[in-house]
Design a protein around this ligand. Structure first.
Ligand code: UD1
Length: 354
């Protein structure tokens, strides 16, 4: 099959690395980078570290409002599809790049395959939730990471083309954790000892675009009983500066981390505080307690098994749960798959007949 894969944002680079490798064993892959993320540390470093092939098309769409960004991508991806004439278009996750890829293909009658289908936070105010729902409803192949995701799709009447493959982030993590442990010097570089620090990430619009929420989160970090390593997303950096919020002395603000350093710091942390989806799941797999700075999550398994807790942007709840993180009762299961999701996806695509 000629598969056109569309990626554009940091988590999509992580997800596409194992899938691209498996695809290229049996299919022809054309890789499209929309340019949604363009900073070296959000994009190029992932291609380098994860050995992702250079994109065949770089659309250089860049930042903008949702309408502007998605619209530019839609027009540009349409041109690439017309030129390349793929037999299937593969999209990942829930970003504006995902929706643009899916919509461009569906309107051109090219089958759409969605990696990470069926996730729901049931919060339509999140741009990602709109992207997920719309992408799933115009997809022909839906690769679900979990049984919960399959159930979510069934509840919306989507059953055709649905496959429970497991989560490709497990594939990426299994493969890269040994490399991260071998290559990353992040703990020593930051002068940290294992379990002697917290790790934090904040980038969701719901937190960054609300000064009161961002202030409460930063206040909570200042009250934690240890150093907080805070790799800061460019949008968050801009918002902190714009609101005049100065992180406290125990908060170590650092640039976005390459994947290996992120894995090393995450696996060594006492707990992670985050509003990212992917980090909640990585924490679960690495058996690191997670405190999620949101009121909902699409990764409910992490909550059910006791590794994750939702605290929103409430400073007292954040501090209490972060400091309690070592004490909760937990269980662990292979609810995100066995690390062979990418191979399954390549095999299902090989058998697909539109
Ligand atoms: C996007 C995804 C989000 C995902 C996240 C991963 C959407 C709607 N959101 O959010 O689901 O979790 O990626 O990081 O698609 N910026 C830079 N340099 C860059 C990219 C962005 O400075 O390379 C700044 C710009 O000011 C930009 C802002 O970050 O306006 C937001 O970027 P954008 O791509 O719109 O969304 P993310 O917040 O990164």
């Amino acid at each position: 099959m000629k598969v056109l894969s569309v990626v554009g944002a940091r988590p999509q680079f992580v997800k596409c690395a194992p899938v691209s490798r498996e695809l290229r064993k049996v299919h022809e892959e054309v890789l499209v980078h929309t340019g949604q993320h363009y900073d070296y540390l959000l994009s190029e470093v992932f291609f380098r570290d994860l050995g992702i092939p250079a994109p065949d098309h770089h659309l250089e769409v860049g930042s903008g409002s949702h309408g502007v960004q998605t619209g530019r991508m839609l027009a540009a991806i349409e041109e690439v599809i017309a030129k390349e004439e793929p037999e299937i278009v593969l999209v990942y996750g829930d970003t504006n790049s995902t929706l643009a890829g899916a919509l461009a293909a569906a309107k051109m009658h090219v089958p759409v395959a969605h990696v990470e289908a069926g996730l729901r936070s049931f919060d339509r105010r999140m741009p990602e939730e709109v992207n997920r729902v719309l992408t799933d409803h115009c997809s022909d192949l839906l690769f679900c990471p979990t049984a919960t995701a399959v159930g979510n799709l069934a509840a919306e009447g989507v059953t055709a083309g649905v496959h429970l493959t497991g989560d490709v982030m497990v594939d990426a993590l299994r493969e890269n954790l040994p490399l991260a442990r071998e290559r990353s010097t992040a703990l020593a570089d930051f002068g940290l000892s294992p379990k002697g620090y917290y790790l934090a990430t904040v980038h969701r619009a719901g937190n960054t675009d609300d000064p009161a929420a961002l202030r409460a989160i930063m206040e909570a970090f200042s009250r934690l009983d240890g150093p907080v390593v805070f790799p800061v997303h460019p949008r968050t950096q801009k918002k902190l500066a714009g609101y005049g919020i100065v992180p406290a002395a125990n908060v170590r603000v650092v640039e976005p981390l390459p994947y290996f350093d992120m894995l090393a710091l995450l696996s060594g942390a006492r707990a992670v505080l985050t509003d990212s989806g992917g980090v909640q799941k990585e924490a679960y797999i690495l058996e690191v307690p997670c405190v999620t700075l949101r009121e909902n999550t699409e990764w409910v398994e992490t909550i059910e098994d006791g590794w994750n807790v939702l605290v929103g942007a409430d400073a007292d709840r954040i501090v209490a749960e972060a400091e309690r993180a070592g004490g909760a009762r937990r269980q662990h299961s292979a609810r995100f798959g066995d690390g062979h999701a990418a191979a399954r996806i390549a095999a299902i695509i090989a058998e697909y007949e539109p």
